[in-house]
Design a binder for this molecule. Structure first.
Ligand SMILES: *Cc1c(COP(=O)(O)O)cnc(C)c1O
Length: 233
């Protein structure tokens, strides 16, 4: 039993509320996505007992093994790159995909959803910094992908996601969050759909992300503790 969990959760909630107050935002407009990757069913059960019911995982393989061992009422979001050969299990396991990063993937997700008889919420992952090591659409590719996602019958395009460069100061990261929000605003106007979700901000920068408009913050280590297995996004 990890006695620090409740305390860490409360600390994160306080910081979320503080960031909302600074930005003049309604705290209900920002949701915490606990990132449980590398942590086992026991840690997740404890988080569920603390009231959390949506979790983020970055690998389909890990989720396949873990989710059946977790309480059945939980909801799961995929936040990592989805390989073509894992699409079918991903559609069975995850409610939402934050990391849709190509038109081909959107089309294959839509087809798998049709076969499974369901609809799926998706966010487009955009590589706003242009780092070559990162997955994600280039900003100039986002419009075509958003139009395609919007046209696919089994996908519901909810917004955008980004993983900014790992810079030491949150003020250095702020422009990347701002760029994602501006990109979303432009797409929303161009396509005439709400695109209300901005999935951005992790353990070290979620307050800045909230100040810039995040609606989902993806928090792993600040909540569950340091990961022993290297799992950088
Ligand atoms: C691991 C991961 C996170 C959480 O990272 P922390 O720094 O532990 O909060 C967020 N987003 C993605 C895509 C990740 O892979």
């Amino acid at each position: 039993m990890d006695n620090g969990f409740q305390e860490r959760l409360e600390g994160i909630r306080r910081r979320m509320d503080g960031a909302c107050a600074r930005a003049g935002r309604d705290p209900a407009s920002v949701r915490l996505l606990p990132v449980s990757k590398t942590f086992g069913p026991e840690a997740i059960r404890q988080a569920a007992e603390a009231g959390l019911d949506v979790f983020g995982e970055n690998k389909v393989q890990e989720a396949l093994a873990k989710i059946p061992l977790c309480p059945g009422r939980l909801h799961w979001h995929l936040i990592g790159h989805l390989q073509s050969n894992k699409i079918r299990p991903a559609v069975r396991l995850f409610e939402t995909v934050h990391s849709a990063d190509s038109i081909g993937l959107l089309e294959r997700l839509d087809a798998a959803c049709a076969e499974e008889g369901r609809r799926m919420d998706v966010l487009l992952q955009v590589n706003v910094s242009g780092e070559s090591s990162k997955h994600g659409l280039r900003p100039e590719e986002a419009r075509a992908a958003a139009e395609r996602a919007n046209a696919l019958p089994n996908l519901v395009l909810k917004g955008l996601m980004t993983i900014p460069p790992a810079l030491p100061e949150s003020e250095q990261i702020r422009p990347h969050f701002r760029r994602l929000r501006e990109l979303r605003d432009g797409l929303r106007d161009a396509l005439g759909i709400p695109l209300e979700e901005l999935s951005m901000g992790m353990s070290h920068d979620f307050e800045t992300a909230i100040e810039e408009g995040a609606t989902w913050i993806r928090v792993g280590s600040a909540l569950f503790g340091v990961r022993t297995r290297g799992e950088e996004p």
